[in-house]
Structure formats: C-alpha cells, structure tokens
Design a protein around this ligand. Structure first.
Ligand code: AMP
Ligand code: MG
Length: 410
C-alpha cells in the first residue's frame, strides 16, 4: 500500500493546464482566464447623474431654498443640447449625462416644483450625486490575471468593456466509461445477477459540477479487447478519460492491465492506504498524454476516488490555481470509530454551524463502499487517520462537498 499523498502526487505531476483558447463570453462562466486582461474603456465613460433629480450649479445652492428655472429634461441615453447657466436647472434621470455647466445633482425627493421653477431644499457641493468618469474603471487598469476564475460579476465586468470573447483555459472534455459484465442501463430489465450502472451517471454529474464537459462513453464488458478498444478511442477524443470497475484483484479486472499497457511506462496501478477507494490506476496515454483514471467500481469508492484524484487533476487542466475543496475543522458531536487497518478513512458526514459559531459533525453516515444511498445526505468527507483523536468533542478535518448547505445553522 502507498500513502494517499504519494498517489496524488503521481497524478498531479502528470497533468497540466489545457492550451488557452478564445471563448465566447456568454459561455465562459467558471472558466479560468489565461492572460492579463486590461481595461480599454473607462467606466463611467462620462459624468452622469446617480439620481433622478435636477442638475444644477452648486454655486446656486449654497443656502437651502434656491429657486431655479428648469430649462431642459435629460433621460438616460440623451444628451442636452443646452449649456446650463447660472440660475438654471435641468430635470435629469439616473444615468443621463450631466449637462455642460452643471456640477451637481439634487435628488427629486429634496425639491419642490411649481411650473417651470424648482426649489432646491438643501445645499449642494460640486460633484454631489455625480458619477465621475473612470470612477469604477480607468483605461489601462488591470482587470484579470492568469488563474482568475470568471464568476458572474467578472462576466459583467468584461461585457462592460465590450469584450465578446476572452482567452481562457477550455473546460476539459472528460469521457466516462463503465466496465462490468453485470451492468445494465435504465432501459433494460434486471436479469439474474445484474445491476444498474449508476457510476456513469454519478461521474457525469460530478464532471458537470466540476465545470467540465462530460462525454458519455457507455459501458464495456470485462474483456481486455473491449476495454482496450473503448479506452484507446476515448483518449484520442477527450482531454481526460475516467473508467470505473476492473482495477481490483478479480479474475476479470482488466482495466488496470489495459491502463498499464496504454500508459506504456507512464502508468501505475496502486493500492492506496485509504478506505474506501483503495485500488486506483492512472496513466497518461497517447501523443496528447491524455490522463486516464481507473476508478474502483464500488459506487462510494468511485465517488471518493473522484474527489481524491480526479477532481484536483481536472482543476489543474482547467487552469485553476485552487485545486482542493475547502477543508475546515469540525467538532465531533459523537465519537467516530477510529481505523484499525492502518488506512486513512474517508467518512461521509453531515456538518453544520452550531449555535456556538463552530462547525459540528452532526452525523456520520453508515460506511460501506457499496452503500451509495447511505451517503446521499452527506455534505462533507471527514479524514480519520489511525492517529486521529475522534471521541465526541474532538476536532476532525472535513472536506466540504456542498458549501451552500452550510448556510443553514442548526
Ligand atoms: P469492480 O471494481 O469491477 O470489482 O466492482 C466492484 C463492485 O462495484 C462490484 O460489486 C460491482 O458490481 C460494482 N460496480 C462496478 N461498476 C459499477 C457501476 N457502474 N455501477 C454500480 N456498481 C458497479
Ligand atoms: Mg467489475
């Protein structure tokens, strides 16, 4: 058996960010910028009103109660043809350009209008309620750097600059192959000894959650020929390939053999000192050095193996600087059973903020690599090593799978 860290290093040393590509802005959310992006337009591009109100000269409003003649009305998108003179005001809407001659705006709530005369109920200074040129963004200002993930706000900022495309690392296209003679899909009746293929939908969904483009490669029978043919085609077409099943020590566990052959010297079959998900195979295959992950077939093992090996590697390929999920310390409400097998146990748990403001492990799911439904409600994975103190009240390290779920305090 090898340590988890060694297995992870074997993978991470063999993956790199995908070649950058110009990508349409409307499809770039979650992508990682591959260049320095600099502002080419000032925002605001012109001085404009931040309120619906009246534009005026602040020198006309040094005492409350100034009476000014309203000479024009300016909507957003309009420009007044007039120059505002002393003793005058212009009706102005939010976002409309400040007219020449004006230097401030009085919000409508602080005015009284009678005919074409407006009374300004307060004093005003230069610049009041005016959005100045370049206040948010100046031309030439650095906006994004390599490694920055484009969140919705970033997409808005880029759109505000008139960009249609942005240079990003593409989303990895990742193929998923299930292997096993026993597998049938939802359309088929279950024959004796047969089970539904649930790993493939599970992995395709995990890939979507990771921001990748999932590619469904179907299923393969437990023959070296069928697995070789499916995987060698897949590594040509995809940026990375995941298979499940066939990496253990069964008589027809051919996936590990095929990955070894296709990886030709740069592949490894590992027994990792974790539970679940001990067996794992990985290699880089073909001229494009496509990462090929062989995950164990038990569904909880597949899920854990994805978290430990696949997700961090795909994050690197997508250009992310942060590869890991967020990990936090959480107090155990109940004792956890410590490992007695020299492995690090990765236990699905529920965590939540307590009234004490501290994160608590409120529930630990039944353990068993075949018990997927048992972990369906988990929002974190606790790391429990042989030397981890895990009595009630002890703190353990948890990897958060669903950060949104932490918004609810218990
Ligand atoms: P294997 O890793 O191929 O030895 O499979 C280990 C266990 O996981 C066996 O009980 C398999 O039937 C089960 N298994 C393998 N692949 C899948 C799959 N795609 N969906 C659900 N269970 C699977
Ligand atoms: Mg199998």
């Amino acid at each position: 058996m090898i340590e988890l860290g060694e297995a992870q290093r074997f993978v991470m040393e063999r993956v790199a960010a995908l070649e950058p590509r110009e990508w349409p802005l409307e499809r770039a959310r979650g992508c990682v910028v591959a260049t320095h992006v600099v502002a080419r337009e000032a925002i605001p591009g012109f001085a404009n009103s931040s309120m619906d109100g009246y534009a005026l000269r602040s020198s006309d409003a040094t005492t409350p109660g100034a009476r000014l003649r309203v000479v024009d009305s300016i909507h957003a998108g309009d420009v007044s043809a007039l120059r505002l003179e002393a003793g005058q005001a212009m009706r102005i809407m939010t976002g409309a350009p400040l007219p020449d001659g004006a230097d401030c705006v009085c919000m409508v709530e602080e005015t009284v209008v009678e005919g074409d005369v407006v009374t300004i109920a307060r004093t005003l200074g230069p610049g009041d309620y005016v959005r100045q040129i370049g206040e948010d963004t100046e031309v030439g200002q650095a906006l994004f750097a390599p490694g920055d993930e484009l969140n919705p706000t970033a997409i808005g900022v880029l759109a505000g600059q008139g960009f249609r495309t942005v240079l990003v690392h593409p989303r990895p296209r990742v193929g998923v192959l299930s292997t096993g003679n026993e597998l049938v899909s939802a359309d088929d009746p279950l024959g004796p000894g047969q089970i539904r293929d649930l790993n493939r939908p599970l992995l395709l969904a995990l890939l979507e959650e990771t921001g990748c483009t999932p590619v469904d490669l179907g299923t393969a029978k437990d023959t070296a020929a069928e697995i070789t043919s499916a995987l060698s085609r897949a590594v040509e077409d995809c940026d990375a390939v995941i298979s499940t099943g066939g990496v253990s020590v069964g008589d027809v566990d051919f996936v590990k053999v095929v990955i070894g052959e296709l990886g030709a010297g740069d592949a490894r079959w590992m027994q990792v000192a974790i539970k679940p998900a001990k067996p794992f195979a990985f290699g880089v295959v073909g001229p494009r050095r496509t990462p090929l992950f062989g995950l164990p077939g038990n569904p909880v093992s597949t899920r854990v193996s994805f978290e430990m090996f696949v997700r961090p590697a795909l994050r690197v390929m997508a250009g992310h600087l942060i590869r890991e999920r967020i990990t936090l310390d959480a107090v155990l409400d109940d004792a956890l059973e410590p490992p007695t097998d020299a492995k690090v146990h990765l236990v699905h748990v529920t965590v939540g903020w307590g009234a004490d403001g501290v994160l608590h492990v409120t529930d630990a799911m039944r353990r068993g690599s075949h018990l997927l439904n048992a972990i369906a409600g988990a929002n974190a994975i606790a790391t429990v090593a042989p030397d981890t103190a895990c009595a009630a009240g002890d703190r353990v390290r948890v990897m958060i799978l669903d950060a949104d779920s932490l918004g609810v305090s218990r």
